[in-house]
Design a protein around this ligand. Structure first.
Ligand SMILES: Nc1nc2c(ncn2[C@@H]2O[C@H](COP(=O)(O)OP(=O)(O)O)[C@@H](O)[C@H]2O)c(=O)[nH]1
Ligand SMILES: [Mg+2]
Length: 315
């Protein structure tokens, strides 16, 4: 995907969020004087945008500090400062580890959040980057889950390893990793069942899967991506905290951002879960997944006010 396509996708994907609460934030910042009322309004709007109460308070505190320290006078300056604070907040400190041979990505999360769809999108995205990708149908709880993934594998044009209903997910993933290693594939992306609400069961299942990945190929790297549904916002984050501690997730995929005005939860996710956001889902189609970029997203959430930007260009 080219630069302009990507920018457009981010903008379109965040349409509801951008034109909703975040437009209110931009308005508040650029229409009023910087005073206590403004900070109060801002805090309220950040909470409405589903950034989360703790995060909203901290963002506003930090903005207040910066306004004082840097003697910011205008709303535009405050807007720019807030954009930068949010960018920093969302920035991952490292890259995903896909250095292994193969690089294994295990996708976890509760039912309905978009795991299977996300796997198809990941396959499509990495295939486009010239990676040889194989899928593993590790959701063996329902036969329909493997069939759904197989349809997506066909669409993305990648092979899939699957087994019958009720098969051991660790065994399916073992087979996929072994076969990928033997055939020189770069990547294995594995589905899992979303039924594991029980912490102990989840932990055992996932550590078994982790062991079988290493057993299948000592050269393999492993990322565990936790998929969260942006429509459920802060609720999803609260539920995810336990789930993610138990599962040893290494990153987050936030899906369905296109379907909610409360996309502010992307800002709170990193802080609450202590995990970097790696990808963002912005639709149901196979190319509706974006690599997460803190810069692109902070700019899309809090765009410059056009009239002022134009005026500055004219000067
Ligand atoms: N609008 C939108 N829908 C999505 C997105 N990702 C997944 N979905 C939809 O969410 C539903 C559940 O997805 P699925 O992958 O089956 O979830 P799973 O149970 O976690 O595997 C499907 O109808 C998907 O089309 C997204 O980024 N945007
Ligand atoms: Mg599924």
């Amino acid at each position: 995907m080219g630069f302009f396509d990507r920018k457009k996708k981010i903008k379109d994907g965040l349409e509801k969020t951008r034109t909703g609460f975040f437009a209110g934030i931009v308005n508040t910042l650029t229409r009023s004087q910087i005073d206590d009322d403004l900070y109060n309004d801002l805090e309220e709007q950040l909470i409405l945008a589903d950034v989360g109460p703790d995060c909203a308070i901290r963002l506003v505190d930090e903005l207040r500090d910066q306004v004082q320290e840097n003697h910011l006078k205008t709303g535009e300056e405050a807007l720019k400062a807030l954009r930068e604070i949010i960018r920093r907040e969302m920035s991952p400190t490292d890259d995903m580890d896909i250095t292994g041979k193969p690089a294994v990505i295990l996708v976890i999360g509760v039912n309905g959040v978009g795991k299977t769809t996300t796997i198809a999108k990941l396959a499509y995205l990495y295939k486009d980057l010239e990676k040889r990708v194989m899928l593993a149908a590790g959701d063996t709880f329902r036969a329909a889950a493997s069939e759904q993934l197989e349809l997506w594998a066909d669409r993305a044009g990648v092979p899939i390893v699957k087994a019958g209903e009720g098969a051991d997910p660790a065994a399916v993933i073992f087979d996929a990793v072994q076969s990928a290693a033997a055939r020189g594939y770069d990547m294995v992306i594995a589905d899992t069942a979303g039924r594991l609400h029980n912490k102990k069961g989840l932990m055992e299942e996932l550590s078994k899967i982790t062991r079988s990945v290493k057993k299948a190929s000592p050269e393999a790297s492993l990322e565990v991506l936790l998929v969260l549904d942006a429509i459920t916002g802060q609720n999803a984050i609260n539920q995810a905290q336990e789930f993610c501690r138990a599962a040893g997730a290494t990153g987050v995929v936030l899906t369905k951002l296109d379907g909610t005005p409360k996309g502010g939860c992307i800002v709170g996710v990193r802080e609450k879960l202590g995990l970097p956001i790696r990808f963002v889902g912005v639709g149901e189609k196979i190319d509706d997944l974006l690599f997460f970029s803190a810069t692109d997203f902070s700019e899309a959430l809090l765009p410059e006010v056009p009239s002022r930007a134009n005026r500055q260009e004219e000067l």
